[in-house]
Ligand binder design. Structure first.
Ligand SMILES: [Zn+2]
Length: 292
């Protein structure tokens, strides 16, 4: 933590970094009074202490939205939030979320394990927090109409699995968002296998593709539980069913051309589609999704 940090500039930067729709909730004059009252106008450590205290937090909440406090906490104590002794990477934006709106159609299990993203975020996956430069998962809050349309669909697909299966594959949280990307590449789903989380871009309203993708990603999670990080490694039992001398490609991230997931793209009867030839993990996930 820097001791030469200008608290005033820090507050200015933090407010400027907020999404427009909540920025107006910051009453700068009252925030300055709050700083004076808690004696932290020029000391970052005192500011951090005040942000961590119940009474002073409650006082600040009257003049600033919770996201401002969350930002200041991250900026002042990156090691605390990183959770593993690593500083958070540049470009990091907190993943803030809330429960599904009450009038969204969803089964109880879906409701319990699903969160809706409330602000644009950029976060490394659990397994890659140590990676430098990190590969960031980015996204933004979903439009309500997309959420209302797609949530019941995912809820029905989720209901096909017994709770014990979902427990066993380690699915903890589903995040609904939009503008989803991974390491700069646009994605409709991103599973964070170590974290047991699945990010879904609900702006893709294509029914068949969305249902298929749900099961595809769940298989990746099951595969990860079965084989650990080795799930991309050769598997003789599986590959015995491939054509002679066939070799997989370099992974799904290198096969993003539209149409490669359509059945006519399959190079032979051994595969569901071209995408299934990109890697053994994608092959298994495609077969699983098609079975479901
Ligand atoms: Zn996949």
């Amino acid at each position: 933590m820097t001791t030469t940090l200008s608290i005033s500039q820090l507050i200015t930067d933090a407010i400027a970094s907020l999404p427009e729709k909540v920025r107006y909730k910051c009453d700068r004059a009252k925030i300055d009074k709050w700083l004076e009252r808690y004696g932290c106008t020029c000391d970052a450590e005192l500011l951090l202490a005040a942000l961590n205290r119940e009474d002073s937090r409650a006082a600040l909440k009257m003049h600033a939205p919770p996201i401002l406090m969350a930002k200041l906490l991250v900026w002042l104590s990156p090691k605390v939030v990183g959770g593993d002794g690593n500083e958070l990477p540049p470009g990091f934006e907190l993943l803030l979320h809330e429960p599904l709106p009450e009038d969204t159609l969803a089964h109880a299990g879906m409701r319990q394990s699903t969160r809706v993203v409330t602000f644009p975020f950029a976060t490394p996956s659990q397994g890659q927090r140590r990676l430098r430069p990190p590969k960031l998962i980015r996204g933004a809050p979903p439009a309500r109409a997309d959420l209302d349309l797609m949530c019941p669909l995912y809820s029905c697909e989720r209901a096909l699995y017994p709770a014990a299966f979902l427990d066993k594959i380690g699915l903890c949280t589903v995040f609904f968002c939009e503008q989803l990307s991974y390491d700069g590449q646009r994605r409709r789903d991103v599973p964070d296998l170590d974290g047991g989380t699945l990010f879904i871009d609900v702006s893709d309203r294509a029914v068949r593709r969305s249902r298929h993708a749900w099961h595809h990603e769940l298989w990746h999670m099951a595969d990860f539980q079965l084989r650990g990080p080795a799930f991309e490694q050769p598997d003789a039992e599986w590959e015995a069913h491939n054509p002679d001398s066939f070799t997989y490609g370099f992974g799904g991230q290198f096969m993003r051309t539209p149409g490669t997931a359509d059945p006519p793209s399959a190079p032979s009867e051994h595969f569901i589609n071209a995408y299934a030839t990109s890697s053994i993990a994608e092959d298994k996930a495609e077969v699983w999704a098609a079975l479901l």
